[in-house]
Design a binder for this molecule. Structure first.
Ligand code: ADP
Length: 188
């Protein structure tokens, strides 16, 4: 049940001075920070993080298509891989715009719970109370795509236990992760 997940405060969150507020959301529910650092990724590293896989491209394509159709707009792309490549490139550029906070959070169901607290990929659709809604609601696919960039949604969070393991080993060495007991562990 106890899982570890990777969370990044992306360059927009760091530049906007939201690191503390974002970390508080995770600390408040008792998640344990077992690793944390400030790091400025280069191109090679950004590409490793934003690995292009078919399933991810399909998912990004479908989410964006659904949002366009909800507004009665025609979605211009028909090739999910081509669309995914474009988003991957924009993601790589964005990640390199400044330093990011990388952290590993540990707790029961942490992958699922962190995704819930973070909220929808498009902040405009995120539910109030989630981090993306509370700090970035004005950001949308429309705004981002008209500027040829990704949506600035403050956070990356692993989307599965399997991806969390891959991402944690990319961002952290074993000796940068620490084992200790929090007060919450006596309660949960
Ligand atoms: P999430 O970060 O919610 O897991 P995805 O893995 O689907 O979302 O996408 C990775 C990142 O790519 C998102 O956080 C967002 O910044 C960006 N992104 C995804 N789809 C689009 C899009 N249609 N337009 C602009 N940026 C996008």
């Amino acid at each position: 049940m106890t899982e570890r997940t990777l969370v990044l405060v992306k360059p927009d969150g760091v530049k906007r001075g939201l690191i503390g507020k974002i970390i508080s959301r995770f600390e408040d529910i008792g998640l344990k920070i077992v690793g944390m650092k400030l790091i400025w990724a280069d191109e090679k590293f950004a590409e490793k993080h934003y690995e292009l896989d078919d399933e991810w491209a399909k998912n990004v394509f479908n989410k964006t298509k659904t949002a366009a159709e909800k507004e009665g707009k025609k979605f211009e792309y028909d090739d999910h891989l081509k669309f995914g490549k474009q988003i991957q490139k924009w993601n790589m550029n964005f990640l390199r715009e400044g330093p990011v906070i990388a952290m590993v959070l540990e707790g029961a169901h942490s992958v699922e719970i962190v995704r819930k607290i973070v909220g929808h990929t498009e902040p405009r659709q995120a539910i109030p109370g989630t981090i993306r809604a509370d700090f970035a609601s004005l950001e949308s696919y429309n705004v981002a795509n008209s500027k040829e960039r990704v949506v600035r949604n403050l956070i990356h969070a692993s989307d599965s236990v399997e991806n969390a393991e891959r991402e944690i080993s990319l961002w952290f060495k074993k000796n940068e992760l620490f084992d200790y007991k929090t007060v919450h562990q006596d309660h949960f």
